[in-house]
Design a protein around this ligand. Sequence first.
Ligand code: ADE
Length: 422
Amino acid sequence: MTTTTESYRVKDLGLAEAGRLRIDWAEARMPVLMALRERHSEEQPLKGQRIAGCLHVTKETAVLIRTLVAAGAEVAWSGCNPLSTQDDVAAAMAAEGIPMYAWHGMNVEEFYWAIDKTLEQKPTLTLDDGADLIFRVHDRFTGLIDGILGGTEETTTGVHRLRAMAADGALKYPVLAINDAETKWDFDNVYGTGQSSLDGILRATSVLLAGKNFVVAGHGHCGRGCALRARGAGANVYVTEVKNTAALKASLEGYSVLPMDEAAAIGDIFITATGMKDVLRKRHFEAMKDGAIVCNTGHYDVELNLPELDELAVSSRQIRENCREVTLQDGRRIYVLAEGRLVNLAAAEGHPSEVMDMSFANQIQGMVFLARKGAGLGNEVHMLPEELDQEIAGIKLAALGIKIDELTPEQAAYATAYAEGT
Ligand code: ADE
């Protein structure tokens, strides 16, 4: 049952107290966001801004939303994936007065309905994870474009999509690539994805990882994180790639690199982290061992071609939560986790609060940057200024109680002394 009024739609408002507890847990692990909240509560840099957000509704996102509100913004929100919403968190946000349109298990029509609801407030800023909101504005709500100062994009896939739009001359307002900040991709994509994806696999299956053949498709930052953590758990890690340099890195990191056509017959567990469609398709499913587990941690559910798997099936049953057993004609069974949607968010809770702390600090600072400077930026995909990265990392280090060295004046001069050589 969804609880609906004009100003929000969530699964059940009665879950709000459970959601508040979860958010409290996250707040205690997000010191950078809390420091920014304190600073921005006084300065109100987002006063007068209306933000439409389309990003996974999790306990960490709730901390982000509260911080945007504390900085003076009016915020309306939808989830960016039909299976990632934490219903108790959505309820807590709605109970706090946020126009929240998100519930776990929404269908595609409801997904776009929810985005459209957040656009009713005529946003001045957009905040995306996957670029569905920005794309919707450009496709169906072009009348809003003149009133929008800019947008932010959280994820690799969304940044690719927006760069393609910009190259085509189709992007009509400036966007900040939050993903490309060092304090985002070098932490969230690697350690966040690595841990949360394994968490999703374990919650959905409870299998032993030690000794398993664990195939990671893609050795970008997210794939690297999965490979790192699977190796740490004692699995034999195999990597597939289409890019020479990434394949070489995987090899030098000690993984076996091979084509998917060969890996298909070897793997016990497969995870895709490529951003590409059909990474696992008919001929791979046909070659898999009985009991193979397949899942995806990329943004969209296109990496596993499940319609092709279902064509090979004689039967299918939901054997555990987020785990569907598909039986093929010869009796082999393949287990599909979370229907090929982001396994870390659909079957677990997404990245831990400690890494989302830095990712979302970039979102906050990105919003403040756009509120101040957005009108002067070109309609392209921009990087956040490097100083913001260093500032965010500095606040995180201080919160962790880690001290670092400072250059002496002589060393600082040496850093730019190009005439000094041998
Ligand atoms: N993406 C990955 N993990 C997430 C989380 N915990 N919250 C929001 N977005 C995420």
